[in-house]
Design a binder for this molecule. Structure first.
Ligand code: PLP
Length: 377
């Protein structure tokens, strides 16, 4: 029996809703299911305005256009993140200024941010790693003090909270992902959240190829035309139909994933107490949304050995991001600062299999295999 790293979960209504979308003969963007998804998020989380996109990458690209990034503008973000966090801004000519992670969590270390702010800084992009909140109070107050934008990369952070408020509701803008590796999925998919009303109308235009077609559909104008730059960022209603079936089950999905997380934690905490590895903890005021379960090994060699051992037992554990400041694309552009915590997570973080349909027995098998491995040492 092989335990994969990820397995997408289907709630059962995905194909039914897709058939409904298809038979309605309105399968381009912003159909019935897209509207249902927007309303769902706006009602459940109090987001000011939501727009589905074809990916979180697209939502980040829209954000970069919306805050009017110009060549040479600086954007501060962690280096321990997915390529799209940076790439979306690079496409608009931004200079990326990478900040280090916290010593005990891949999230951006807010104490490192202020020294990186210059007159050219246009935005901070916190990434809520593993769905655990960055220190948003500190980030928002820096943003206010220096008059810069905050765009949350909330790709992994659905249904997670900071001091009781949902992630994705703090920044001027936020981006979510529904890629099949996330908690709530549509294959590929994403969403831009607009919390600052000044971006609302322009966001619709940018998402619709630079036209005011959305206003036209609402009957607010009698013809639509080219108003601004833009692209085709909106998904087909077929994608939204799939997504809506997932959203209807979000509480069930989240409860199960969090229960899985707690089961892993309970079994593996004693080993972390013996310093074989450390676990990512949620500090005060932050919730765990059951996105991933990671171990931090002491060094690269120990991580490689553990991954190989698990693989020999048919358990697929995987490492995660490689420091972006050392990537082939960026290394010559980086200002040379060492980002030791980021590099540490690059070398030592391993993610265990984690998905909705993991059984209790499988979680125990994974944990017992890890326990046996360390006991034998
Ligand atoms: C998954 C992910 C993305 C990209 O999401 P897509 O929907 O695949 O474009 C961006 N940032 C982070 C932190 C992610 O985990």
């Amino acid at each position: 029996m092989k335990i994969p790293f990820n397995k997408p979960y289907l709630t059962g209504n995905e194909t039914k809703y897709i058939e409904e979308a298809v038979s309605s003969m309105k399968i381009s963007g912003d159909g019935m299911f897209t509207k249902k998804c927007h309303t769902f998020f706006e009602d459940k989380y109090g987001f000011h305005k939501c727009l589905l996109t074809t990916s979180c990458t697209d939502a980040l690209e829209m954000a970069a256009i919306l805050i009017d990034i110009q060549a040479g503008d600086e954007v501060i973000m962690p280096s321990y993140t997915f390529v799209s966090t940076a790439n979306a801004f690079v496409l608009r000519g931004a200079k990326i200024v990478f900040a280090d992670s916290l010593p005990d969590h891949p999230n951006i270390d807010v104490e490192k941010i202020e020294a990186l702010i210059t007159s050219k800084t246009k935005a901070i992009v916190p990434v809520h790693y593993g769905g655990v909140a960055c220190d948003m109070d500190e980030i928002m107050s820096l943003a206010k003090k220096y008059n810069i934008f905050v765009i949350e990369d909330a790709a992994q952070a659905i249904d997670s909270f900071y001091k009781g408020k949902p992630l994705g509701s703090f920044g001027h803008l936020a981006a979510f992902s529904f890629h099949e590796t996330k908690n709530i999925i549509s294959g590929e998919g994403g969403m831009l959240v607009i919390n600052d009303e000044r971006f609302a109308q322009r966001a619709e235009i940018i998402r619709e190829k630079g036209t005011n077609r959305s206003q036209f559909y609402r009957g607010e104008v009698d013809k639509y035309g080219w108003m601004d730059i833009g692209s085709s960022f909106l998904p087909s209603d077929i994608i939204a139909a799939f997504l809506f079936a997932q959203l209807e089950n979000i509480d069930k999905i989240q409860a199960k994933r969090i229960a899985h997380w707690n089961a892993f934690y309970e079994k593996l905490k004693p080993l972390s107490d013996k310093n074989y590895f450390t676990l990512l903890e949620c500090t005060e005021g932050k919730t765990n949304n059951g996105h991933l379960f990671a171990l931090i090994l002491p060094n690269l060699d120990e991580r490689t050995k553990l991954i190989e051992f698990l693989r020999s037992k048919s358990i697929l554990a995987v490492f995660h991001y490689l420091s972006l400041h050392k990537s082939p694309y960026f290394t010559s552009k980086h200002d040379g600062r060492t980002l030791e915590n980021c590099d540490h997570f690059s070398d030592t973080l391993v993610r265990l299999p984690f998905y909705y349909e993991l059984t209790h027995d499988e979680i125990h098998l994974i944990c017992n295999t890890i326990i046996d491995y360390f006991d034998a040492k």
